[in-house]
Write a new protein. Structure first.
Length: 154
């Protein structure tokens, strides 16, 4: 994945289809069932991620133009990039941080389901949520334990 193409997608200079085509073309087969998507980083400047960018990603997933794995990879690109930034101190930035973290880490947070993307979108639009709470997480992991499954283990 090239950061330049991700930036162009976020700015609406590339359609989601063009962005995905570029990304798929950059994947390299490294094993029988394993591919690698090296990141081509932008060295200079910064690009600030906003709620609107994340809403765009939610919409593209909800419209089935992106898959959950695609969003997880985009979130990983945001987390590992020095080019993509957001203000983690502002209220908007805290929401952005929380959502990007959840997208990058579904095994320790919320699953990347269509229902959860609908909630994330609403959270981004309103700044309010009663769904993504500590109680909801406790319920999720109690359900895992109750069914004999394991969440994040040490």
């Amino acid at each position: 994945m090239r950061e330049q193409k991700l930036k162009e997608y976020l700015e609406n200079s590339l359609t989601v289809e063009e962005f995905m085509m570029d990304w798929k073309n950059s994947q390299q087969k490294i094993g029988y069932e394993t591919t690698s998507s090296p990141f081509e980083q932008i060295e200079d400047g910064e690009f600030e991620i906003t709620k609107d960018h994340l809403i765009k990603i939610c919409n593209d997933l909800l419209n089935e133009n992106l898959q959950a794995f695609d969003v997880q990879t985009i979130a990983f690109a945001f987390m590992s990039s020095i080019y993509f930034t957001w203000d983690g101190e502002s209220q908007e930035g805290k929401i952005i941080s929380e959502i990007i973290f959840n997208w990058d880490n579904p095994t320790i947070g919320f699953d990347l389901t269509k229902e959860n993307f609908e909630h994330w979108k609403k959270y981004l639009e309103t700044g309010k949520t009663d769904y993504f709470t500590k109680e909801a997480l406790k319920k999720k992991f109690r359900g895992l334990k109750k069914n004999g499954l394991r969440g994040n283990s040490n």
